[in-house]
Structures are given as C-alpha cells and as structure tokens.
Write a protein that binds this ligand. Structure first.
Ligand code: AN0
Ligand code: CP
Length: 317
C-alpha cells in the first residue's frame, strides 16, 4: 500500500479485518518494523483521538513520531498556486510539502473541508498535493471528503459487536450548532457499501450526501422508520452538500436527537459515534451512557485501524 485515503486503498476488506484482529491480539508483534523510521503527523485542524491513537499505533511499530500543528507555530501556508503572496501567508504549500518529506519516511495529514468552495473541497486538494509533492507514502487523518481511519475502526467495531451475519446498520443525521464537513458520513457510507450489511441512511430533506458515497444505501427520510429493527445506530451531524446550500446548517431540530424512545424502536441496537460528540444535541446523556453505547471501544479501535495502515505503508517502503 502506497497511500491510504479511501476504502479502495485497503484492498480486500476481510483481509484487512483479519490483520486488524491479529494486531489487536498482539500489537507489539512488529516493533522492529518501524525502527529508525519517522512518521510525521501534520494537523491543519484540531484532534484528540486521531492525534493520540495514530501516534500510539506508530509507537507500537517502533517508529519515531513528529507532530506539527500547522496553525500553532509554523508559518501560515498558502495553498493556491498563482497567488501573489502579499498577505499574511509567509510560505507556500509547494515548498513546505517537499521540505516536510525530507525529514520523515511517512506522512499523515489532517485537513478538513473549508465548506465554502465545494469543487475545491471535493478535489481534496491539500492531501492530493501531499501525495504528489512529498515523495513519501501519505495517509489521511481526515481529509476534505473522507475519514478512512475512522471508518475502518467503525467497521472493526461492528464486526466485533455484531450478533448476526448481516446486521442492519443505520447512519442517522443529528443536530449540531456549527457547520461540520461531510467527511465522516461520506467515508462511513463508502466503507459500509464495501460490506454486505443492510445499510440505511436517514436525514432531513436537504441533507442528501454526494450520490457517489451513498451508493447502494437505502435513504429513508423518516428517522423512526429507519430505526426499526436496527442493530447499530451510527449518529453524525453534517452540513448540507447539495447546491445552493453547500456547507450550510439547514436545521438544528432536536427532534432528530438520538434518545431512548427512538432507540427503543431498534432491535436493541448498539449506539456509535466517532466523537467528539455534543451531548443532548446529537445524543441524550442516557443513550450515550447506556450499556448499548460502544463509543469508547469504537475510539479504542482507532489505534488498531491506524496500526494496520501504518504497518502496510512501512512494508511498502
Ligand atoms: C469533525 C467532523 O465532523 O468532521 C471531526 C470528527 C472526527 N468534528 C468536529 O469538528 C466537531
Ligand atoms: N474521531 C476523531 O477523529 O476524533 P478527533 O477529531 O478527536 O481526532
């Protein structure tokens, strides 16, 4: 594997899941693999889980890790080519990327969608430039359109908790006060479509996702109907994708909050969320604290998904 930005990069899903299970049994089996190798993690946006789990995964493989928060201490970076740089940005990404590549063997990048220019976001310009100009294997730590380390961890988690061969997995939109990217739901849909689960997406009208990611999923606008018989409820907020509302918050209707009454419609479903989550907007306290909430094991699996990916990239060096 030379890069990791989407589900196709991981290849055979069952093989990847088997490798994840093997790593989970003994996460220190490959401590020699990363010896004298350096991972550079570049953050254009905040993070708790990705930062910690990815660093831990690299350490399990014996790597050295450098973390750079671009907005804290680095020069402000211009990302557009052709701009006359007479503003506040002191350095261009086109120099910064190859320079970063000089100091490491592998790069992880977090760069969210700006939610202003849909075409720019959906070209995933920042991470694509890292792939092109760094000279190193690159993996996504959430780019503009996808969050594949999260989706892989989500898949590992569903495999661990499912009690039927073909569970019903429901991804539900839920309210949030600020505009969030579509990366997590896009990516989750992409990975669910790579399985044979019964996959349903529910959201208010106006929150339709890019059909490329929706794929074969069933879209149900009635949240209660969608929840019926579900084995997993995967909650997430996202801002509008469709024009002319791209990047906008169209609703903060708490009628869409996941609560105990709606969970009672399911087949005793597990509750999932990638975190960070806003309680009593996305999900009520009692649901996230219930014994069917698996948000913590889900977060724990981020170490495992990251370790599979970093291990495969190390093996390709
Ligand atoms: C981000 C998002 O929705 O993409 C990161 C989630 C992993 N969430 C927030 O910014 C709150
Ligand atoms: N789920 C996730 O990626 O969390 P962070 O934004 O804290 O990294």
């Amino acid at each position: 594997m030379k890069k990791f930005t989407n589900v196709a990069d991981i290849g055979d899903i069952n093989k990847a899941l088997a490798e994840a299970a093997e790593i989970k049994r003994n996460r220190f089996a490959y401590t020699g693999l990363g010896r004298n190798k350096t991972l550079m993690m570049i953050f254009f946006n905040s993070s708790l889980r990705t930062r910690l789990s990815t660093q831990k995964a690299a350490m399990n493989l014996g790597m050295n890790v450098i973390v750079l928060d671009v907005n804290q201490g680095a020069w402000k970076l211009e990302t557009e080519r052709g701009v006359i740089m007479d503003g506040d940005k002191a350095e261009h990404l086109l120099e910064a990327i190859p320079v970063m590549g000089c100091y490491c063997d592998m790069i992880g990048v977090r760069s969210f969608a700006g939610l202003k220019d849909k075409a720019e976001d959906y070209e995933d310009r920042v991470i694509e430039q890292f792939i092109r100009y760094s000279g190193r294997p690159v993996f996504s730590m959430e780019a503009a359109t996808r969050h594949p380390l999260q989706s892989f961890a989500d898949l590992i988690t569903i495999e661990e908790f499912k009690t039927k061969p073909r569970p019903k997995v429901v991804m539900t939109w839920a309210p949030h006060p600020r505009a969030l990217p579509q990366a997590v739901p896009n990516s989750f849909a992409e990975w669910m479509n790579a399985t044979d689960y019964d996959f349903v997406i529910t959201h208010p009208e106006g929150y339709e996702l890019d059909p490329k990611f929706v794929g074969n999923a069933r879209v149900e606008y009635d949240q209660r109907k969608a929840f019926e018989g579900a084995d997993f409820i995967y909650a997430k907020n996202w801002s509008a994708y469709t024009d002319p509302n791209y990047g906008k918050v169209l609703s903060t209707d708490r009628g869409w909050t996941v609560d105990a009454e709606k969970m009672a419609l399911t087949d005793n479903a597990f509750f999932m969320h990638c975190l960070p989550v806003r309680r009593n907007m996305i999900v009520t306290d009692d649901v996230i604290e219930s014994d069917r909430s698996i948000v913590i094991p889900e977060a724990a699996n981020r170490e495992i998904s990251a370790q599979v990916v970093i291990k495969r990239l190390l093996e390709s060096l």
